[in-house]
Design a protein around this ligand. Structure first.
Ligand SMILES: [Zn+2]
Length: 383
């Protein structure tokens, strides 16, 4: 589908309404039929789509409205995976004291409450996101983006030796099946007319920016984190095996430093410098990166890649002006050709269902400013 210069897009998630949160909870408890759930979720997706469209977003998502969060949702779509509560996790992690430490430090982040844990051989019971994409495709003519959890994130989250070992000897062995599942999904999404598939790998920043012993994203993977260099090599090989050679769809990778709190001090900090040699080797078309926060450091050039430039902070109430945003884009044009620059918020507006970082109202205002800024830079580029 043809795109304007400086396309405006989103990272993925949209704040969920109280009604949707209620049916998500009921669904977890098994207290609602699929039809009842779909009725509410379909309406929520259409509203998220309507708001993005009205704000002027060029490449839209379904707001991840059907998902509890950006990665745990795979548990119900795969056999061999079970959502485990915090107390269940405490019983099976190897470093219990370290795990408890983290929970205390972070004030128990909501997303840690349920972890998709591998308890048997992995198998795709059905699509992970093809059903979501199909619904969105039927309801808009705009190009669509679908986000999937990346293979490294999924492997790290799922592999808990105490319960995963009977099925898989090592996280490397589990990763083989994770890669196969994701690659099949990306290929199906491409054939369903999805324009952009984005893999989310926020845990990459945790490898290079964690302070001391605190591990922020993946409580489950306490025991599985090795030497950062080895882990990054492992991540690159998994991601490339998911996307390399896939055709008919734009691929991207999203990395950020956490999106669970409005308190910037609890989120990770550091430039992309230590990740750069690895990001540069990924076979993706676009890097979707945080840059609206000063925690992300200076803008870096990634030769040959598109940049999904983070231009607004999804966690603040104040609305960045179109002048402010267009200046950020102009600075990016010193490093990237104009056809390779996209405008994004730094992350989703509702990454964890029960803890959205913003309201839909503020999200719409931020996106509308991005669309206005995109128009300004398009006009400047045309003269
Ligand atoms: Zn993010």
């Amino acid at each position: 589908m043809p795109l304007p210069l400086f396309p405006v897009s989103v990272v993925g998630s949209w704040p969920r309404t109280p009604e949707l949160l209620s049916v998500l909870r009921q669904k977890r408890r098994g207290g609602i039929s699929q039809d009842e759930f779909d009725g509410v979720a379909d309406a929520a997706v259409l509203e998220a789509l309507r708001l993005q469209t009205a704000a002027g977003v060029d490449v839209v998502t379904d707001g991840e409205q059907r998902r509890d969060n950006f990665y745990s949702f795979v548990a119900e779509k795969l056999s061999g995976v079970r959502l485990m509560s915090l107390s269940e996790m405490l019983d099976v992690v190897e470093d219990r004291a370290g795990f408890e430490d983290i929970l205390e430090t972070l004030g128990v982040p909501a997303y840690a409450i349920l972890n998709p844990t591998c308890i048997g051989r992995l198998e795709r019971k059905g699509p992970l996101a093809v059903d979501e994409a199909r619904f969105l495709r039927e309801h808009t003519d705009k190009p669509i983006k679908v986000a999937l959890p990346g293979p490294y994130l999924l492997t790290r989250a799922m592999f808990v030796p105490g319960v995963s070992k009977p099925a898989y000897d090592s996280k490397e062995e589990l990763a083989e099946d994770v890669v196969a599942v994701l690659r099949a999904e990306v290929e199906e999404l491409a054939s369903e007319g999805v324009d952009f598939v984005q893999l989310d790998e926020p845990v990459l920043t945790e490898l290079v920016f964690s302070r001391g012993k605190t591990r922020t994203f993946m409580c489950a993977a306490l025991a599985s984190r090795g030497d950062p260099t080895e882990e990054l090599e492992f991540a690159v090989s998994l991601i490339n095996r998911v996307v390399d050679g896939v055709s008919g769809v734009r691929t991207g990778l999203h990395v950020c430093r956490g999106n669970w709190s409005r308190n910037e001090a609890t989120l990770l900090r550091g430039s992309y410098q230590p990740l750069a040699p690895y990001l540069a080797r990924l076979c993706v078309d676009q890097l979707v990166l945080e840059y609206a926060t000063e925690r992300a450091g200076v803008l870096m050039a990634f030769e040959g890649k598109e940049i999904g430039l983070g231009v607004v902070n999804p966690r603040t109430e104040s609305i960045e002006s179109s002048e402010h945003i267009s200046k950020a884009v102009s600075r990016a044009l010193e490093l990237y050709p104009s056809e390779k620059v996209w405008l994004n918020p730094d992350c989703g507006f509702g990454t964890f269902s029960a803890r959205p970082v913003n309201t839909a109202e503020t999200a719409v205002k931020k996106l509308a400013m991005m669309a206005e800024a995109a128009q300004m830079v398009r006009e400047a580029a045309a003269t």
